[in-house]
Design a binder for this molecule. Structure first.
Ligand code: PLP
Length: 383
């Protein structure tokens, strides 16, 4: 049944005219999310899943389930509960290598999880004490194989070396689990060859361990097309993966999984912020910042496309660089990267940022009491 509280508009202009929102507002387009899901479903030859952490909003999970996604990468029991409630048939891949015994018990007993990722012998021991080894349970060994040109280096925290992975694969197999492999090249990876390098390493791990690898999960890391990104289009990544699979496994490839977060959800949400005031003709104070929707932009050199509204009219005068400050009473709450904004920008204008679907809503805080953000829906959103 349609949700009567859902506020839906044709576009941002109609939304502003009707609502004049004073809180930071996320604008979601179901059409754009379906288009991203289709890009992965058409381009990737294997099981397409979604890394819930990138945007755990209920509307995101339910649209993705409706597009036919049959599995989700979850990092915690709370994410399991969310997916289980919305898509009870979906498989849950517990691919966060950091787990407590209580969380493993919840995963197994409450949510029926049968797929776990690990990157250390201690984790295998911890899991084996709770999850009875059986070929019905998948133990996915997360390995790393060199750095890539990307925004985040996950290798500092996750992934076992190639040689370590060989031993861990053998150990998981000897216990009686079904064994798979996974890697994550790093989020916003702007180099498609990173996937090829990791797939070649997966081939060597499989060969040297002598264990039949059931599935190979190529993780997330696929880039969003921010204006500040130098990444090639996603097709290039799918081609790289296909080329490496052919070369490494020939006709004997494992079943394949992909679990994008960022690239799946980035284009489907824009962010509408309101100007609280402008100081010194240079500093613009807005109603969300580093403790909210701009948390990732605070420490990443991402610059989204922006446009400015005065009431329901676009402001089109000449632009120049401004510094953005968030609403909290804290000096950390500002952004280093300048934003090109109309030089007439003033109190109560709206700044709309495109491609804000990933790692924005997922990491808002209530710091200083700035807890409220609104959700709107629009068919056509700012890209
Ligand atoms: C295990 C795992 N899979 C997938 C993802 C999604 O990565 P991305 O948002 O770069 O696609 C992450 C992100 O942290 C992750 O930890």
């Amino acid at each position: 049944m349609a949700d009567p509280s859902r506020k839906e508009y044709p576009d941002t202009q109609a939304l502003i005219a009707a609502e004049m929102p004073d809180y930071p507002s996320f604008i979601f387009s179901e059409r754009e999310l379906r288009a991203c899901a289709k890009t992965f479903q058409d381009g990737f030859d294997g099981l397409v899943t979604y890394a819930v952490k990138a945007n755990p909003e209920e509307h995101v999970i339910s649209v993705l389930a409706d597009t036919g996604l049959k599995a989700f990468d979850v990092a915690s029991p709370a994410e399991m509960e969310l997916v289980h409630r919305i898509a009870p048939q979906a498989a849950l891949h517990y691919n966060n290598p950091v787990k407590s015994r209580r969380e493993i018990i919840a995963a197994q007993d409450l949510y029926g999880v049968k797929s776990y990722a690990i990157d250390n012998q201690a984790e295998l021991d911890q899991l084996a004490a709770i999850v009875t080894p059986s070929r019905d349970v998948e133990m996915t060994i997360r390995f790393k194989a060199g750095k890539a040109r990307k925004a985040y280096d996950f290798g500092t925290k996750f992934g076992i070396s190639e040689n370590g992975a060989i031993d861990l694969v053998k150990a998981a197999d000897a216990l009686g689990y079904t064994v798979s492999l996974c890697f994550h090249v790093g989020s916003q990876c702007e180099e498609s060859y990173a996937y090829e390098r990791h797939i070649h390493a997966a081939g060597r791990i499989a060969k040297k361990s002598g264990v039949a690898i059931k599935r190979l999960n190529v993780g997330g890391g696929f880039p969003a097309a921010y204006p500040s990104s130098g990444a090639p289009p996603l097709d290039r990544y799918f081609e790289s993966i296909e080329r490496a699979l052919k070369k490494t496994f020939g006709s004997n490839r494992p079943e394949m999984i992909v679990e994008p977060g960022r690239a799946m959800v980035t284009p489907s949400t824009s962010l509408l912020l309101r100007v609280k005031h402008v100081r010194g003709g240079r500093n613009v104070y807005v109603n969300d910042g580093a403790y909210g929707a701009l948390m990732e932009i605070k420490f990443m050199p991402i610059v989204p496309a922006v446009r400015v509204w005065r009431g329901a009219e676009l402001v089109t005068d000449k632009t120049r660089p401004f510094i953005l400050f968030g609403p909290t009473c804290d000096s950390y709450d500002s952004l280093d990267q300048p934003f090109d904004l109309p030089q007439s920008i003033q109190e109560d204008d709206y700044i709309e940022m495109a491609q804000m679907g990933a790692y924005t809503q997922a990491s808002t805080t209530a710091f200083n009491g700035f807890a409220t953000r609104q959700q709107f829906f629009a068919d056509k959103i700012f890209m």
